[in-house]
Design a protein around this ligand. Structure first.
Ligand code: KIV
Length: 286
């Protein structure tokens, strides 16, 4: 198959999945999970090698989040992510995780430059082999969101602290603390459900608001910093692996000391190289 070109980036079509979950075949699997009170787990994934690891885990869903601009590229916000960057990472994740349900993030302003640009962006992401896209916000783009759904593309919504709007929020702050804000988020959640979103990420909102939205909506909510009452949870992989021990916001749990593990392993290798303990005869060719 010929690679397809979006702007300057060539994307090789994804390999077909060998064994795919029910969710990947039918996004309605998410609704069933909510009805069965069967919590959905999602982690971010940005590259081929971690996708290979995650492909063998029990996690339900991988998110090629635009947080990769910060985590993988060292930018100070997600604003720097572009469609080309997202598509390059999404294609790598699909190659590494052929069995997983994968959601790709629509990056900064990709929903705000007209329908043509938005649909080209959706096409570029979907052609990497992801199963669905995620869109931040609702205001001013409800009809476009419905149009994407009507075009046969499953859409996950994202409300609360939507990081692409970090400048408007004046920083990464909990959203929906006051009644006005909470009402607007609830209203947007209803509109996204009506537009056809199959799930909704709620980021950094008070537990009470997340519970209210979760109870009212028939689509599942997936929380990050939204308390225990959502229908699922999502974390950034590198955050939950403790790759940056100093990054420990209230909502985050470190499931490993990833930083320590890599640091110690590399120090061990350096030390054995210096001492001559590595490589041994068994690690050398005769
Ligand atoms: O980009 C991302 O990682 C996200 C999650 C935090 C939900 O949108």
């Amino acid at each position: 198959m010929r690679p397809r070109c979006f702007s300057s980036v060539f994307i090789v079509p994804a390999p077909s999945s060998r064994h795919i979950t029910e969710e990947a075949v039918n996004t309605l699997g998410f609704a069933r999970r909510k009805a069965a009170r069967d919590p959905i787990s999602m982690v971010t994934c940005y590259d081929f090698w971690s996708a290979q690891v995650l492909n063998g885990t029990d996690v339900d869903c991988l998110l090629v989040g635009d947080s990769l601009a910060m985590v993988m590229h060292g930018f100070d916000s997600t604003v720097q992510a572009t469609v080309e960057i997202m598509a390059l990472h999404a294609a790598a994740v699909r190659r590494g995780a052929p069995d997983k349900y994968i959601v790709g993030d629509m990056p900064f302003l990709s929903m705000r430059k007209g329908r043509g640009f938005a649909m080209d962006s959706v096409q570029a992401l979907m052609q990497t082999g992801v199963n669905a896209i995620k869109v931040e916000g609702e205001a001013g783009q409800t009809e476009l969101t419905a149009h994407i759904v009507e075009s046969g593309v499953p859409v996950m919504g994202h409300l609360g602290l939507t990081p692409q709007s970090v400048q408007a929020f004046g920083g990464h702050k909990v959203q929906g603390r006051n009644e006005g804000q909470a009402g607007r988020i609830l209203d947007s959640a209803r509109k996204l459900e009506a537009a056809g979103c199959f799930a909704l990420v709620l980021e950094c909102v008070p537990q009470k608001l997340a519970r209210r939205i979760t109870e009212e909506l028939s689509i599942p909510t997936i929380g990050i910093g939204a308390g225990p009452d959502t229908d699922g949870q999502v974390l950034v992989l590198q955050d939950m692996l403790g790759m940056n021990p100093d990054f420990k916001p209230r909502f985050l749990r470190h499931y490993a000391d990833g930083h320590g593990l890599i640091h110690d392993a590399v120090d061990h290798f350096a030390e054995e190289t210096r001492s001559g303990a590595f490589p041994a005869a068994a690690e050398s060719y005769g």
